[in-house]
Design a protein around this ligand. Structure first.
Ligand code: 8Y7
Length: 281
C-alpha cells in the first residue's frame, strides 16, 4: 500500500510511526517564540532519530477548554518548524482544520494534512484538493470543548465507519484521489471508554473501507480509565494499545512516545506478517 504525499510516496507495507509535535505555548516551557520553535525542532529531530517517519506539527490545542487560535497565530507557530523540518527526510504532517493553514503549511513543506474535523470547516475540502498532500480524515462526535460530556451512539463502529465513508466520498467528489487518503476513528474524540474499546476491538471493520488506518492512542484517557493512571504514567498502556491497533490492521500509529512505540509496532507487525504467511501455507 502506497500513500501519495505530494510528490513523494509513503510505503505502508510495514506500519509507520507519526510522532506528535505540539507547537503550542503550553507544550514547551515558557520561552519566547524563537525558543519554542528551536525546542520543537530539536524534539522533532529526536523523534526522527528514534524511528518516526512522519512528524505531525500542530499549533492549535484541541484540549477541552483550550482557547481558540487564529490562523495567523497558528501559522506563526508552525511555519518556522515546518521550514526547518523540510530540510530533513521527514514526511511533515500539518495538524489543522483551517484551510489557510493547510495551504501555507503545504507550501512550506508539509505533505500530509491531519484534520480532526474531517475537512468539515468551510473551504477545507477545496483547500485540501488544491494541495497534492495526503489527507487523514478523522471522526469526532461534537466539538473538542464539549465532546466528552455525553457521547452517544447506537452502534459506534458502524456509525464511525459510515461517517468516514461519507467524508471519503466528499473528498472524491471534489477530486481528491483515493491514494491520498487515510482514515482514523478518532480515539477519545467524543467517545466513552466502551466506545473507544469497541472501535479498537473492531478495527478490521474500518479496514473494509480499503484505506490505510491511522490510530492515535498515546497518553489518552482510555488508558487512564482502564489502568487508573495519570497522563504521565500511561506509556506501557499506550504501547499495549498501539500493539493491539497494529494487530487489528492499522498502518499508521500516531504517538508522543516514539522510541518505545517503534519497537512494539515492529514486533506486532512481524507477528501480523507471519499470520498472513501461515494463512497461505
Ligand atoms: C489524534 C489526532 C490528536 C488522533 C489524529 C492527543 C491531533 C489529542 N489525537 N489526530 N490529534 N488522530 N489523526 O491526545 O487520535 O494527541 S490530539
Amino acid at each position: 500500500m502506497l500513500l501519495q504525499c505530494g510528490a513523494r510516496q509513503l510505503d505502508l507495507s510495514t506500519p509507520v510511526i507519526m510522532g506528535v509535535l505540539n507547537v503550542t505555548p503550553d507544550s514547551f516551557s515558557d520561552g519566547g517564540r524563537y525558543l519554542d520553535s528551536e525546542q520543537a525542532i530539536a524534539r522533532a529531530k529526536e523523534m526522527l532519530a528514534e524511528g518516526a517517519t512522519i512528524i505531525d506539527v500542530g499549533g492549535e490545542s484541541t484540549r477541552p477548554g483550550a482557547a481558540e487560535v487564529s490562523a495567523t497565530e497558528e501559522l506563526r507557530r508552525v511555519l518556522p518548524v515546518i521550514a526547518a523540518l523540510a530540510k530533513t527526510a521527514a514526511f511533515i504532517s500539518i495538524d489543522t482544520s483551517k484551510p489557510a493553514v493547510m495551504r501555507e503549511a503545504v507550501a512550506a513543506g508539509a505533505c500530509i494534512i491531519n484534520d480532526i474535523r474531517g475537512l468539515e470547516l468551510p473551504g477545507a475540502l477545496q483547500a485540501a484538493v488544491g494541495t497534492s498532500a495526503a489527507i487523514c480524515v478523522m471522526h469526532m462526535q461534537g466539538q473538542p470543548a464539549t465532546m466528552q460530556a455525553a457521547p452517544r451512539y447506537q452502534n459506534v463502529v458502524s456509525e464511525v465507519r459510515d461517517y468516514l465513508l461519507g467524508r471519503v466520498q466528499a473528498c472524491a467528489a471534489v477530486g481528491i484521489a483515493r491514494n491520498r487518503l487515510m482514515i482514523d476513528p478518532g480515539i477519545g474524540f467524543g467517545k466513552t471508554l466502551q466506545h473507544n474499546l469497541a472501535l479498537l476491538a473492531q478495527l478490521p471493520e474500518l479496514a473494509t473501507l480499503q484505506l490505510p488506518v491511522l490510530i492515535g492512542v498515546s497518553r489518552k484517557s482510555v488508558i487512564g480509565a482502564v489502568l487508573g493512571r495519570p497522563v504521565g504514567e500511561r506509556l506501557y498502556g499506550g504501547i499495549a494499545l498501539a500493539t493491539a491497533a497494529v494487530l487489528g490492521g492499522a498502518q499508521l500509529i500516531r504517538t508522543h512516545d516514539v522510541a518505545a512505540t517503534v519497537d512494539a509496532v515492529r514486533i506486532a507487525a512481524a507477528v501480523r506478517a507471519a499470520g498472513f504467511v501461515a494463512a497461505q501455507t
